[in-house]
Design a protein around this ligand. Sequence first.
Ligand code: PLP
Length: 387
Amino acid sequence: MPFQSGRHFLQIPGPTNVPERILHAIAKSTIDHRGPEFARLTREVLGGLKKIFQTSGEVVIYPSSGTGAWEAALVNTLSPGDKVLMFETGHFAALWRNLAVRLGLKVDFVPGDWRQGVDPKVVEAMLAEDKSIKAVMVVHNETSTGVTSQVAEVRQAIDRAGHPALFMVDTISSLALTDYRHDEWGVDVSVGSSQKGLMLPPGIAFNVVSQKALAASKSARLPRSYWDWEAVISANQTGFFPYTPPTNLLFGLKEAIQMLLEKGLEDAFKRHNRWGEATRRAIRGWGLEINCLNPKEYSNAVTAVRMPEGQDADSLRKQILERFNLSLGNGLGKLQGKVFRIGHMGDFNDLMLAGTLSGVEMGLALSGIPFKKGGLQAAIDYLAGGD
Ligand code: PLP
């Protein structure tokens, strides 16, 4: 694409904008990853991550994207042929399912319409019927659909069924964006990554591990080597890693944790909730449809907008990118061409949201898509405090 003046608007639902403070932190000279300064860094980031995940459990850091941490969660806890329960909430749940199948697990995949989250009643009923299920796996925030499942309620459903299954949750696009409590919600393995709420570039991923998951790892027989928790946890005790860690990303992670904790997690949840609400008001104002059907499940982080019948989301996005230098998220999997996604997460503020929504409104007008003007105004009125 030829030169475009001004700042690019990166409003995909991750990777998100990386703030200057983090970019500067990453730009420091790489240090000896077997030296004392690095050991201090490891301890600091592990301590900080516990606050972000709201846990006192073990945190394992991998130099990988989120997919690696998905795999790590499974190979550390399960054995070939084990049965797991998963829910078709969208594209990422489907990808995690495919990974599980490839590893040799038997997946009971509850079908879904990509517009609703996990139904805790179904969890309870399925677990009550089948005591052989070894793990329940849920994507907390479905980045492909803008739907957030109720993790605490799923936990209660598992407890009502009195089932011993492990509970694994993908927090990749909910961490530091939506309240998430690893310990309180009895999660056994949380999967996270760097490139969304933590405002870092892609390249680091996490597992948070409960004592129950750690115990399961002792007898789990899926092959594992690089992903083995034990090797990382044991090396971390002295502040090191069993392989070369992503030193500069860890500098960035330390800064990100500091930034988030300066104002507190609650503040991060509140501001993302507000941007979600402003975005939804814009969409309703345009007369378009929000993909998420249930208001209780609206995502703080991303909103998927359904296109009017016969209109293609990808040509709208192309026009908006070329004309306004604004990147929006595409429809994934079954939603390809049917939705576009507005990412409202990470290093973001009211004016960036207003700019993003004005780009969408102008793009809708340019594309000749039938819509009502005034969505942007509704969002601005809300952001300005008026209603
Ligand atoms: N899970 C969710 C909810 C995601 O949004 C993503 C990526 O966007 C993934 C998993 C996969 O992570 P990665 O692309 O970092 O491997």
